[in-house]
Every structure is written in structure tokens, then in C-alpha cells.
Design a protein around this ligand. Structure first.
Ligand SMILES: [Zn+2]
Length: 347
């Protein structure tokens, strides 16, 4: 045997153990589970509304909120309905909301998001006017605003131009901060984006606006419903030249280290459930506020399974969200944020 014990030793030890247990079972793990009160006392992790961030899709110039077929229960909000949802989120005590634009003014570079009066500016301003303390997080990227669906303008060879994109994203960050965003969250996985944003914000006088970096974002197949929701499916190609290979773990630590060095105040791992190991490693390695994005595909799996009668939605949702807390996540971006806050309140 690997540790030098012979099989006979092991069998003998087991027999002795069993003999002892008859008379003297010192450890009974079930003592700690014997009543609800004791279970409450010994609960290691908590899940509160302020740990939850609700992602929201805001469709430009829409007159009615539209259900998204691929994520049951999630809507494309209008520029008016977003106000009501933001108020609900604040009342529920959520940790924040994150806004994604669904643009009808797309072009090669996503220039609508770089303009005062563009969708990014308008949706943040609307929500900030209607709420007081709710942290409003602006997702910063261009895929929702480009006509090809990539996360920045393309080079002649069809890949995203990293250095132009980070110059643009710094401007986008200033538009978002000026509109009142409490936190900016760059999601494009461009090299140097965090330092570009930090300098851009500082130069514009927004040195107190924190950056939540999508630090380890994988080229995942769990984003499918999001692309429906945000209307940012790719015309061609994929995102594998900028998002990470899902086979890699050490690389995530290097990505996170770089973002911290560049000035990230908080880091995020995306997706969530299939990457609990990464969340754990990031939290253990850097002791930074670490967020997990429980993405559309993960949430849709739960919803469709519940609709098919395979799972109880409320119970499975809480178990899923607690897994992120157990893995070390400070907070979770989840489409189930309002549902979970209600469940917590009624429990
Ligand atoms: Zn993007």
C-alpha cells in the first residue's frame, strides 16, 4: 500500500475500531445535526440578500418588457420598467444590480456606449435617480453595442483589437461613472483593461469609483441564454482568443494577479457553478473580495429542471447559491437574486 501499511494492518485496525465503537463511540457527527436549533448554531456559512447582485437587461426604446424564452422568469426590461425593478431590488436589500444594455444603435466599435445620452448613460442615470443606496454596477464591454457582437472593434484579420478596445473602455468607464455608476465591471478580458480604466477614471476625477474586474472569465457554453437576452450573438467566430480555456486553472490565478496589480478592487470568476474550484483558489490565494457570476445557462438549467418537475426551484436555488458562499465568494451575481431574497425573508 502506498503509505507502507500492509492490507493485514488495515483490516486489523478496522476490526479494532469496530470493537471499540461498540462500547465507546466518542465521536458521533449526528449530534451536531440533531435539532434545527443545533443545526442553526453550527451553520458555517450564511446567505443574505446583500450577498446577491441582480443582473438586468435594458432594451433601448422598448415599450413593453419582454420575457426571454431561454431563461424562464427573466425579462428584457424597458428604460421605464427598469426603475421599478431597481426599487424592488433596493427594498429587498440586494447587494446591487448590474446593468446590461440591449442596443438598437450598433456599429463596428460600439460607439453608442461612449456617448453622453447613449443607452449606457441613460439606463444608469434613470436607475440612480430612482434609488438611494443600491449599488449600481455598470458592466463595461462592447459586445452589446457592436454590430458583429465581439467585445471590441475587429482588426483586419477578424480578431478583437486589444489596444483600441482598452482605450475605448476607459472612455466607457468615464461615461458610466459620470452617469452615477457606483462600481464599474469590465468584462471583455482584454489585456490591460483594468489599468486603462483606472487611469481614465482617475484623470476624470472618479478616483473613488471601484473596479470589479471580470478577472477569470471563461469561453463558456453556459452563456447561450445571455446572448439571446442581450442580443449579442456573434456574427462569426468565437471568443476563445480573449476568454479563457475551461481546462485551465493556474491561468486564472495569473489573470487575477494581473488585474489586482492593475488596480482591481474586487475580482470575479465567471461562470460560477462549474468553476467553484477556481473561486476557492482565487479567494484562498489573494484574499480579495471575490464574486461569482452564476450565469444564464446555469440558471436556465435550474428553471427548466424545475418546470419539468425534477427539482424544487426554491430549495435548489438556495443550495446552489450557498455553494458559492462555501467556495469563498463574497457575493453572487444571479438571476435568482430577488427570488432568493424573498425566500430568505420568509424563512
Ligand atoms: Zn463582451
Amino acid at each position: 500500500m502506498a503509505d507502507g501499511k500492509t492490507l493485514d494492518n488495515v483490516i486489523q485496525a478496522k476490526q479494532m475500531g469496530r470493537a471499540n465503537m461498540k462500547h465507546d463511540m466518542t465521536t458521533r457527527m449526528r449530534r451536531g445535526r440533531s435539532s434545527q436549533g443545533i443545526r442553526n448554531l453550527l451553520r458555517e456559512n450564511d446567505l443574505l440578500p446583500n450577498h446577491l447582485i441582480l443582473p438586468l437587461f435594458v432594451e433601448e426604446n422598448a415599450t413593453e418588457r419582454q420575457p426571454i424564452a431561454s431563461i424562464p422568469g427573466v425579462y428584457r426590461e424597458t428604460e421605464d420598467s427598469i426603475v421599478q425593478i431597481a426599487k424592488e431590488a433596493e427594498e429587498a436589500g440586494l447587494g446591487g444590480i448590474m446593468l446590461f444594455g440591449v442596443s438598437h444603435n450598433k456599429d463596428h466599435s460600439g460607439s453608442d456606449s461612449l456617448k453622453k445620452g447613449g443607452l449606457l448613460d441613460r439606463m444608469i442615470s434613470r436607475v440612480k435617480d430612482a434609488t438611494s443606496d443600491l449599488p449600481v454596477i455598470a458592466d463595461l464591454c462592447f459586445c452589446e453595442y457592436t454590430d458583429h457582437g465581439h467585445c471590441g472593434p475587429l482588426t483586419e484579420t477578424g480578431t478583437v483589437d486589444n489596444d483600441i478596445t482598452i482605450e475605448n473602455i476607459a472612455k466607457q468607464a468615464v461615461i458610466a461613472a459620470d452617469a452615477g455608476a457606483d462600481i464599474v465591471a469590465p468584462s471583455g478580458m482584454m489585456d490591460g483593461q483594468v489599468s486603462a480604466i483606472r487611469s481614465g477614471l482617475d484623470e476624470a476625477g472618479f478616483e473613488m469609483t471601484p473596479i470589479m474586474a471580470y478577472a477569470a472569465k471563461y469561453a463558456s457554453h453556459f452563456y447561450g441564454p445571455f446572448r439571446d437576452a442581450a442580443g449579442c450573438s456573434l456574427q462569426k467566430g468565437d471568443r476563445k482568443t480573449y476568454q479563457m480555456d475551461y481546462a485551465n486553472g493556474d491561468e486564472a490565478l495569473r489573470e487575477v494577479a494581473l488585474d489586482i496589480e492593475e488596480g482591481a478592487d474586487m475580482v470575479m470568476v465567471k461562470p460560477g457553478m462549474p468553476y467553484l474550484d477556481i473561486i476557492w483558489r482565487v479567494r484562498e490565494t489573494f484574499a480579495m473580495p471575490t464574486f461569482a457570476y452564476n450565469v444564464s445557462g446555469e440558471f436556465a438549467m435550474l428553471k427548466f429542471a424545475a418546470e419539468a418537475g425534477c427539482l424544487d426551484y426554491n430549495n435548489a436555488l438556495m443550495e446552489m447559491l450557498m455553494s458559492f458562499r462555501r467556495a469563498g465568494a463574497q457575493g453572487i451575481l444571479t438571476y435568482g437574486a430577488l427570488d432568493a431574497a424573498k425566500i430568505i425573508k420568509n424563512s
